[in-house]
Design a protein around this ligand. Structure first.
Ligand code: SF4
Length: 247
């Protein structure tokens, strides 16, 4: 394979723990999470990153190019790391559905991670049709809807995300939850309690890059969360920097 991928890429560093391949569809994300690291990563101001959502340049054309190279590749492609395919702003575009159709019709495996809640039901029929190629994941940080409204003001509230995950699970789609960044052990434990019946997997990672991280006893918190996982007998993975705290 000499030709290079144009849009799908192999994540590096901590992101590699989530996915072997990924694809970012949009510039910007108006979910406005206060812990979002992407503005820093992308050298943008927080306001700029959170205010406009536009499809990345030639994204569909580039995905059409990439699927030919990736033919037969069974690695999952995560949508998205530096945006949310179902952010409010993303819904003004057809990009997410178009991208999914191309990837899935070419037999590729897709892993969607979102805080979009019901907005992600837009592609319900598509996910059902290709259910063997799709995993649906939600990010959860705060167990209380008021906190998610306050700290992730443009995202769907926590209860809506959980309800949507449940609907996808009932439709026979594999599900998972990203408990990252952990804000508190109490939040994480409650979220596991609320979801363990219909989440196939949990990926757990501590908060980084935010002043609140200094207020948390991470060793004790992660231990509590691991105990909760064991109590509910869930399948879970700790990210490497988080696992180090409890070894
Ligand atoms: S959903 Fe993700 S990309 Fe969007 S603001 Fe929140 S952390 Fe940032």
């Amino acid at each position: 394979m000499n030709e290079k991928l144009m849009k799908v890429y192999q994540p590096t560093g901590l992101a590699r723990e989530y996915a072997e391949l990924a694809c970012n569809l949009f510039n910007g994300c108006d979910s406005k999470c206060i812990y979002c690291f992407n503005p820093k990563l992308l050298h943008k101001s927080v306001d700029e990153f959170h205010s406009t959502v536009t499809p990345q340049k030639d994204v569909i054309k580039k995905i059409k190019h990439d699927v030919k190279i990736l033919e037969g590749d069974q690695r999952e492609i995560l949508l998205c790391f530096t945006c949310d395919a179902y952010s409010s702003g993303a819904m003004e575009h057809t990009t997410t559905t178009e991208a999914l159709e191309i990837l899935l019709e070419h037999g590729l495996n897709v892993n969607v991670l979102t805080k979009g809640g019901e907005r992600s039901l837009k592609d319900y029929k598509l996910f059902k049709r290709y259910k063997d190629q799709v995993r649906y994941g939600i990010s959860l940080v705060f167990s209380d809807d008021n906190d998610s409204l306050k700290y992730e003001s443009g995202a769907a509230v926590t209860s809506e995300r959980i309800e949507t995950l449940y609907r996808y699970k009932r439709a026979g789609i594999r599900t998972w939850i990203s408990l990252e960044p952990i804000w508190s052990a109490e939040d994480a434990c409650e979220l596991i309690e609320d979801t363990w019946l219909f989440s196939d997997h949990y990926k757990i990672g501590k908060l980084n890059y935010h002043p609140h991280t200094k207020e948390v006893d991470w060793r004790e918190s992660i231990q509590k969360i691991v105990e909760q996982c064991k109590r509910n007998a869930v399948d879970y993975t700790l990210k490497k920097d988080t696992a180090k705290l409890v070894i």
